[in-house]
Ligand binder design. Structure first.
Ligand code: ADP
Ligand code: ADP
Length: 233
């Protein structure tokens, strides 16, 4: 479902200075799996994740998602493709001035679907993440876990084939983290959605991932099943 081939990312840090954030990254994520990337801060996890929807455009290599070579797409085609790639964030990135309901509806408004379809879809998403009762609340009236549930519902609005999770539980306490991970697993099972997550927390990898890659200094230094990588060193 996701195929990163020989990805390189060089950040221009000054007129004559640059920094190699990713080099020689090869990563295949199969349809329907939950794949985790772990590594310490600065290892390049976020740059890697953002390469998958071209929030960061790699300076070398090929990004294939659902059979499409993303770097070859025009702006309009890329916009369409991005609707099929949901993303959630460590700090949720919700719109603070609108309600839970309107946060979830936001991507649907952009997609210009009919009002009736939008209503039905938002109701369905609210139920999926367990926030029906909170639909008229504003983000500041929610706990961290509830905010992330809104983030998840919004990310799923356009029925994506891939969900990218950027340290999605790092701002949450352990119990809330468990709840969010359980929800992600449920979504993965029920909808067959492919999940790529990055984290610096081993517990997250252990509790939900099928396979894992370990990153260090912009490279993947190990990968395999969670058992292979962490229990049979
Ligand atoms: P991680 O998510 O593992 O913490 P990042 O992908 O955020 O790692 O960063 C990897 C490296 O790239 C870090 O050394 C970081 O300072 C550098 N970096 C990230 N974004 C930029 C940028 N826009 N410009 C220059 N360097 C960057
Ligand atoms: P059921 O279990 O009733 O057959 P599904 O498991 O197919 O239903 O889907 C449950 C709900 O989630 C449906 O209402 C569907 O619209 C929605 N859904 C299905 N696939 C996705 C997806 N990939 N992303 C977001 N929502 C989805």
């Amino acid at each position: 479902m996701i195929d990163l081939i020989d990805i390189e990312k060089v950040y221009q840090t000054g007129k004559k200075s640059s920094f190699i954030a990713l080099r020689g990254i090869n990563l295949k994520v199969d349809k329907g799996e939950i794949f985790g990337v772990i590594g310490r801060s600065g290892a390049g996890k976020s740059t890697l994740l953002r390469s998958v929807n071209l929030l960061e455009r790699p300076t070398g290599g090929t990004v294939i998602v659902g059979g499409d070579k993303l770097m070859a797409l025009g702006e309009k085609q890329l916009q369409e493709k991005r609707k099929r790639i949901g993303m959630i964030f460590q700090h949720f990135n919700l719109l603070t001035t609108v309600t839970v309901r309107d946060n979830i509806a936001f991507p649907l408004r952009i997609a210009k679907i009919s009002t009736n379809q939008m209503k039905a879809r938002v109701d369905e998403l609210l139920e999926l993440v367990g926030l029906t009762e909170y639909q008229h609340h504003y983000p500041k009236q929610l706990s961290g876990g509830q905010k992330q549930r809104v983030g998840i519902a919004r990310a799923l609005a356009n029925d994506p084939e891939v969900l990218l999770c950027d340290e999605a539980t790092s701002a949450l306490d352990p119990q809330t983290t468990e709840g969010i991970l359980t929800l992600l697993r449920e979504i993965n099972r029920k909808m067959g959605i492919t999940i790529l997550l990055i984290t610096h927390e081993m517990g997250v990898i252990r509790s939900v991932c099928d396979r894992v890659a370990v990153m260090d200094h912009g490279q993947i230094v190990e990968s395999g099943t969670v058992l292979d990588v962490f229990l049979h060193p």
